[in-house]
Write a protein that binds this ligand. Sequence first.
Ligand code: AMP
Ligand code: TRP
Length: 349
Amino acid sequence: MTESTPAPYVGPTRVLSGIQPSGALHLGNYLGALIKFVALQDQRPYLFVADLHAITVWQDPAKLAEQTREIAAAYVAAGLDPAKASIFPQSAVRAHAELGWIFNCVARLGWLDRMTQFKEKSGKHKERSSVGLYTYPVLQAADILVYKATHVPVGEDQKQHLELTRDVAAKFNHDFAQPGFFPLPEPLIQGPGARVMSLRDGTSKMSKSDPSDYSRINLTDDADAIAQKIRKAKTDPEPLPDNLEALKARPEADNLVGIFAALSGETKEAVLARFSGQGFGAFKPALVEVAVETLAPVGERMRRLMQDPAEIDRILADGAQQASEVAEPVLAEVRKIVGFWAPRGAGLA
Ligand code: AMP
Ligand code: TRP
């Protein structure tokens, strides 16, 4: 091997992702993240509730634990089996925060200066944002690499954070002369649900923070609310085209076709083949049908699970235990590589 070719990572495939407990989950989270987690669950993924990330913006301490349970309930309601997936609160596995600090000393300011999510979230008053919001992507790198995760299913908005994770991994491996120590994880983003847009504006992302509740479908919306939001969704007067190219200039139409495709597990081409030439008067009722059929039972299961917080707590505690068993040894290796003090003779078996 030449010096310029870093050693490849040799290790097991490991899937990991997280969702912040910072507000109600919506259709974008479901299609961009949750259903992908379910599709991957035979790989025994590590799925956490990103409470350390949530507090980068203010969270009411009286509500945070309950919001954490809610995300855990959503994982299970979406179809994840706690016997296959380890579901846990990020803050319960201390190794995330410790590796996060070490990575703060690996990542460069210039890398973080390029992060678009910080720019969006900090808005006009960057100087009033928490320092945590700025180093958010560095903690995300630690979340992933403390498990030596190789595959990370996320929505498209996380692409840049995954690139930073790869940069951190490569720089750590290089600086400490540990080729192949950390993998360079792959984001799993593809599919029509990777970027779900607002129902009120096809050019902005569906998000928890949009002031209009009509912009999004929440996972806890009942069938009536889902139907009403789709009926009121912004569209244009044209019938649906027969090719993807013609959709590109029509963001709202493109979004609804993408949502239909992601919910029904088809491609956008297949949806167009079925509906081309028809107007939204025909398309929207069909979309309501598939949306209600898919989402209403998830909301229902979520509500039911939330009535049994002890069961959720058991899932979270078991998950944290399983996650720690993977993360702690990796952190121990990192501490040694960095050269932190340990009692003399420790670790010599
Ligand atoms: P967050 O709620 O920001 O913690 O996001 C949790 C997951 O949902 C991440 O994988 C995001 O990429 C994904 N996600 C959030 N909003 C959307 C959206 N509008 N479309 C697709 N995926 C999304
Ligand atoms: N930043 C992610 C989001 O907002 C949540 C997250 C935190 C995450 N750590 C992660 C996702 C690690 C994947 C892997 O959606």
